[in-house]
Design a protein around this ligand. Structure first.
Ligand code: ZN
Length: 106
């Protein structure tokens, strides 16, 4: 979980989104995932994600999405893991020794 998920603004607004989802489910209304536009079934695990291009954690920047991969949806956790790996890999610069390398005689 990144730092942007720990700000008071995100926590407050994520709580509001979660309550809106539960309220819609109680009323029998469908809730759609912003990522795949598919339905998030009542009781199905979901996360409160940042919309593409969202710069902050305002209520308008957040929306519910599938937590895990479901059918055509990659799900928030897998998408987050992929993004995290890309950030880590971009920071990592492999060092390949070009001098003093041991050459093994066969
Ligand atoms: Zn989805």
């Amino acid at each position: 979980m990144s730092a942007k998920h720990q700000t008071p603004e995100y926590r407050r607004n994520a709580r509001i989104i979660r309550e809106r989802v539960r309220s819609a489910w109680r009323a029998g209304r469908a809730v759609s995932c912003w990522r795949c536009r598919g339905a998030i079934a009542p009781g199905q695990p979901f996360d409160v994600g940042h919309l593409p291009g969202a710069l902050g954690s305002a209520l308008s920047d957040l929306a519910p999405e599938h937590r895990h991969k479901t059918g055509a949806c990659v799900g928030n956790r897998a998408a987050g893991a992929k993004l995290g790996a890309a950030i880590t890999n971009a920071r990592h610069t492999p060092t390949i020794p070009t001098k003093n390398a041991t050459t093994w005689r066969l």
